[in-house]
Structure formats: structure tokens, C-alpha cells
Design a protein. Structure first.
Length: 201
């Protein structure tokens, strides 16, 4: 199987371990970075892994950030990507068997190395059952994806649409970075080294 793997800075060390583990399992690995602990943004990793699956370079993917939440949120924005955050082995294989999950997401600040290996092994060893009930539900997911990607909102709907956080646009952030010399103008929990939890592996 061809596995694309990507991580942000918080997931870098676990990614390196899992790349070696996957190769020991005789899987073909497409390592999409990051390649050091310099701060990067998890949406970029999610897009890289998702696009590798969408364009046929990979069959499945693995994404790693600090909690795994951000990477899973970002990955599921790509059409055709079914990413699941799994920190137990049942979900890691059942997500493939029932939901045709094509990206396993892990939190490097949550799971240790041994559990991460078990999760990956369960994920790559599972296959979609193809049962009618699961296909029916996947077709409904696909229909939702199409419906909301093609929906044209009128001005009143746009005005009343939920706004979660009024983040400045990317150009504004880049200007702020250039002015301050700070690489991380909006630091968050994922920007801290994952030293809170010792690795039991």
C-alpha cells in the first residue's frame, strides 16, 4: 500500500518513527514533511497528504499534529477525504471497515510511540467491507459534500452565516510577521513543544 504521511512541527518526531515503522511493514511511504521542528501550519500538512490521495500518488494517508484535532478538521475540508482522529485501535480499523476512512490522524501530544505503531498497524491492515449499509451512508456523505460545495448563498444568507473567528487574511498575517520579525503572530497550543506528556514507548 502507498501511504502518504505528513506532520507539523509538533508531530515531526512521531512522524519519523512511523515512517521507519511503515517501511518495516513493507509499505511504500511518501514522506511529505515537515522535515524538522521549525514551526509550520497543520493545514499545509493536511492539504499535502489529502492531495496525494486525491491525485492518486497514495492510497491512504497519516497526519500528525499535537492533539490531532486541527489536522483532522483541515483534512476533511478536501473533497473525497475521510479523515478520522483515532487514539484507540478499534476506531483505527473500524473507521476503514465501515466508513472507508482514508486518512488516520494522530495526536503526538496524546499517544506514545507504541500505541501509535498499533494504531498504524490496525489502520493499514483494515479494508472497507463494501456492505450495502456502509455504501449507502458514504453516498449520503458524498451528497452532502456536493450540496454544500455547490450551494450559492444569497446576500442575506451570507450576512446571517455563522462566523466562528474573524481571523485576518493571510496577507495581513504575513505583513504582521514581517513588521514584528515573529514567525508565529498567533501562537496556540500546537506551537509549544510536546513536553507535557512523557513518551511511554
Amino acid at each position: 500500500m502507498r501511504i502518504a504521511i505528513g506532520a507539523d512541527h509538533a508531530g515531526f518526531e512521531l512522524k519519523e518513527l512511523l515512517v521507519a515503522y511503515l517501511r518495516n511493514l513493507n509499505q511504500q511511504v511518501l514522506d511529505l514533511g515537515t522535515h524538522n521542528t521549525d514551526h509550520v501550519d497543520y493545514p499545509d500538512s493536511a492539504e499535502a497528504v489529502g492531495e496525494a490521495i486525491r491525485d492518486g500518488r497514495a492510497d491512504r494517508g497519516i497526519l500528525i499534529c499535537c492533539s490531532g484535532v486541527g489536522a483532522s478538521v483541515a483534512a476533511t475540508k478536501l473533497p473525497g477525504i475521510r479523515a478520522g482522529l483515532c487514539h484507540d485501535t478499534y476506531s483505527a480499523h473500524q473507521g476503514v471497515e465501515h466508513d472507508d476512512m482514508n486518512i488516520l490522524v494522530l495526536g503526538a501530544c496524546v499517544v506514545g510511540s507504541e500505541l501509535a505503531r498499533e494504531l498504524v498497524r490496525a489502520f493499514v491492515g483494515a479494508t472497507f467491507t463494501g456492505e450495502e449499509r456502509h455504501r449507502r451512508r458514504l453516498e449520503k456523505i458524498h451528497a452532502l459534500e456536493i450540496r454544500y460545495s455547490q450551494q450559492q448563498r444569497n446576500p442575506e444568507e451570507k450576512k446571517n452565516a455563522l462566523t466562528i473567528y474573524p481571523y485576518p487574511d493571510v496577507d495581513t498575517l504575513l505583513k504582521q510577521e514581517a513588521a514584528s520579525g515573529d514567525k508565529a503572530p498567533l501562537p496556540g497550543p500546537g506551537d509549544k513543544p510536546c513536553t507535557e506528556r512523557p513518551d511511554p514507548g
